[in-house]
Design a protein around this ligand. Structure first.
Ligand code: ZN
Length: 103
């Protein structure tokens, strides 16, 4: 018996990307009122990305803490500094740093 694998077509990937886009924009909207909900959206977006093996855009990777996965907003729950050509985000909830290269 030939086993058929479920095809992950380009359509699926596009849907996944769209959902990730939507989740991050929703996270951005709700953050000021409900930061916990924003964290939840980040979590969902990450799970979709993992499931479909989609890479999160670098702009999205900067929007959450890579240690505790909380949605970050500079000046609110994170501090952003530049350090020798790199962006350094310090997360206020876990007190860890995330570094991103500047283009
Ligand atoms: Zn953190």
């Amino acid at each position: 018996m030939v086993r058929k694998y479920s095809k992950k077509t380009a359509d699926h990937l596009n849907i996944a990307r769209e959902r990730i886009d939507k989740l991050f924009s929703q996270a951005d909207e709700v953050f000021s009122e409900n930061p916990e909900l924003a964290d939840r959206y980040v979590d969902l977006a990450r799970k979709i990305a993992m499931k479909f093996k989609v890479r999160l855009k670098s702009e999205y990777k900067r929007k959450f803490c890579k240690h505790c996965y909380k949605y970050l907003r500079s000046g609110v729950n994170a501090r952003v500094r530049t350090q020798s050509g790199k962006l350094v985000y310090s997360c206020f909830s876990c007190k860890k740093f995330s570094r991103f290269t500047l283009k």
